[in-house]
Structures are given as C-alpha cells and as structure tokens.
Design a protein around this ligand. Structure first.
Ligand code: PLP
Length: 368
C-alpha cells in the first residue's frame, strides 16, 4: 500500500495537474462518511442519512481540499504570496498551506464575527492578518482590487483550482457508497462548495459542468447524480431573496455572506440537479448542531449544521422522500467555535462539594 499524501496525488488524473507538478499537501481529504444511526430513528425516517465530516481535514474544514489545489497551482506558477478574504476557515487553510509551501499568506478578515479558533490558526501559521472595518463581501472586493496591482495569487473560491480540489469530496462519497446519494445537502455561503460537489458527481459520470476545466480525465461511471440542496442562514440568504443581501447577519459566521461569488454556477447546479435552495433560522441551526453532537457524537460548527437542519425539516415536510439516501456535508469542526456552545450551555454543569456522597448522588440522578 502506498502512503496517502493528500487528494492532489490521490486524484491527479482527474485534476488539472500534470505528473511533474509538486503537490503542496497536508494529507487532506479521505474524511469519514458517517452513517447516522440514532437520528433517523428519532425522527422516524426510513432512509439513510450520512454525514461527510469535513471537520476532520488538517485545519478542520473542507477549505483544505480547495487550498491544497489552489496553492499547488500558485506555487507551480511561481507565486511567492497568496491572498484571500475570509470568514475564518479559508484564512486558516491559506495560512497552513502557505507555510507548508514557504510563501506568504495575506488574509483579510472582517472586524469581529470571526470564530476565535480560526483566527488563532491564521496567527499560529504565520499569516499576515489584515482586519478590515467591513464584512466578508467588502474583503472580497478589496482582494480583487489589490490583486490587480500587487503580485499575489487569489486563493478564494473564484480561483477555479479551489473548486477542483473540493470536487474530490464527491469522488470519495461515490467510492464509499458505490453509487450517488439521492440528495446531497450543503450549507451555502459563496456557493463554491455546492458547485464543486456537482462538478465532482457530474465528471464521475462523464459530464462536464460550468466549473469544469481542461487537462484531466472524466469518469465513466453509470450511476446517477443527486439532487443538490443548498441551505442558507435566514439572515444571509441571497439565493432566497433573489439578489445581494446588504448586511448579512447570522451566528453561522462561516456563511455570513451577502454577495455569493459562485452565484451563476450555483443556479445552474440547482436547475441541472433538480434540487433547491432554502433557509434556516439561527435558533434551528444551533439546535441541530447540539442535536447531532448529542445523539451521534459528531461536533460540527454552526454553519455546517445548516445542511442537516434543512434536511431534517425537508424530511418532515415530505420534500425529501422517505426511504431515500441523503448525504449532508459537515463543512467544519465544532472545536473552532466553542464559544457558541459555552454561551448557550454552561448552566448544564452540576456543581457539588468535593464529597463522595454528593458525586454519587449526582451520578444516580443523571443515569440514562
Ligand atoms: C466556507 C464555508 C462554508 C460555505 O461554503 P461556500 O463554498 O462558500 O458556499 C460553509 N461552512 C463552513 C464551515 C465554511 O468554512
């Protein structure tokens, strides 16, 4: 068996990298596809729900898939610096892959509204962190502007190599299931990831999408493709409003985006796959994050829980057929943002004296 080094080497023939291109890699990808065992029973669903736990990537989110690919390309072209705007996870990934490659990472983050774990990652990996007095959408605009006058490679998902790396998650799901799920549910911010998954599913069966590139093989599988379902946070839901949302607000900071960069791609995904967009309110997103952690042992970040939150609701209202197979992408790790849990729940702690009898009483009162 050869050592697994990461998705660029694992899927090189299906990515736009020749054999001579050196992969900038941290062993990303190969994340588990976990079958939920308790939740489907609890909600009376007769089908199967799987979660693709992308929080187990090296920096704790799916952004590593896109970043290994984008930084591999940038370094191959001779870039000495990369830049991104970020709600947090992109900057963490950019920082890690840049240091791996020996290039500079510049990251533009919004002032406030960034999970502390993500900021810590950018700092510890030595990125140059520029905090702007504005939101993600302002940062994205500025990145595009400065990249015209400064020699830096943009590694946001407008870089087509990002989506190339991210499409490999669909390949892994197809390998694990032996076929496509009926529905694939995702949280949607910039809509790069939903675009990438659709590209992965489509290329596996030999079909190019609007995000496809040249220079690699298409698959020859004969299974179908899933309906792609994108869930937004209600306060940041441009796909539901039909246009840019000026002041996006949500506790799910990773999807606090009002001007999605993959707008056109994502509408094509919806039409081609026969899926839909919908929205979830913050309270439901947080409740689902806790429900998943408390019933299945999987701790994802709030934005990630939007996928399962929407899926459970659409199971209940019949939009997702009973008996079907669903995959929900859990985009990031809950450990990045422990604050949301701590703020919502330290009242659950039981405080007792340091006495055996008191501890025993607490145990007896709380046995399942
Ligand atoms: C980036 C991110 C998203 C949104 O993905 P898009 O490709 O922008 O739609 C969702 N969840 C997490 C945790 C993220 O980091």
């Amino acid at each position: 068996m050869t050592r697994y080094t990461g998705l660029v080497d694992a899927y090189r023939d299906r990515l736009p990298f020749g054999p001579d291109v050196r992969a900038i890699a941290l062993g990303e990808g190969r994340t588990p596809l976990i079958k939920l065992e308790n939740l489907p029973k609890k909600v009376g669903f007769g089908g199967e729900i799987y979660v693709k736990f992308e929080g187990l990537n090296p920096t704790g989110s799916f952004k590593d898939r896109g970043m290994t690919s984008a930084v591999t390309d940038a370094v191959h072209r001779g870039s000495r610096a990369i830049i991104c705007a970020s709600t947090g996870n992109t900057s963490a990934a950019a920082a890690a892959y840049a240091v791996r490659a020996g290039v500079t990472a510049f990251v533009l983050i919004p002032d406030g509204k960034i999970a502390l774990g993500k900021l810590a990652q950018a700092v510890v990996h030595g990125a140059v962190v520029v905090q702007i007095k504005g939101n993600f959408d302002d940062g994205m605009r500025l990145v595009k502007e400065v990249a015209q006058t400064t020699p830096v490679a943009i590694v946001n998902s407008i870089n087509p190599y990002r989506l190339q790396g991210q499409k490999t998650a669909a390949f892994e799901i197809l390998e694990a299931l032996g076929r496509a799920p009926d529905y694939h549910c995702l949280p949607v911010g910039n809509a790069g990831n939903i675009t990438a998954y659709w590209m992965g599913y489509s290329e596996s069966v030999g079909i190019r999408t609007s995000a496809s590139m040249e220079g690699y093989k298409l698959g020859t599988a004969t299974h179908g493709r899933p309906k792609m379902v994108g869930y937004q946070a209600a306060g940041a839901a441009p796909f539901l409003r039909g246009g840019i949302v000026k002041d996006p607000e949500t506790i799910a900071t990773a999807i606090r985006i009002g001007d999605p960069q993959s707008w056109d791609h994502a509408w094509k995904v919806q039409k081609e796959s026969g899926g839909w967009f919908d929205e979830c309110v913050d309270a439901d997103i947080l409740a689902t994050q806790r429900l998943l952690a408390g019933t299945e042992g999987v701790f994802c970040e709030p934005a990630s829980a939007a996928s399962l939150c929407g899926a459970l609701r659409d199971i209940k209202n019949g939009k997702i057929a009973d008996g079907s197979t669903i995959v929900c992408t859990l985009t990031g790790n809950g450990l990045k943002d422990p604050d949301v849990i701590i703020q919502g729940g330290l009242k659950d702690l039981i405080q007792v004296a340091a006495e055996r009898s008191e501890v025993e009483a607490a145990l007896r009162a709380n046995m399942k």
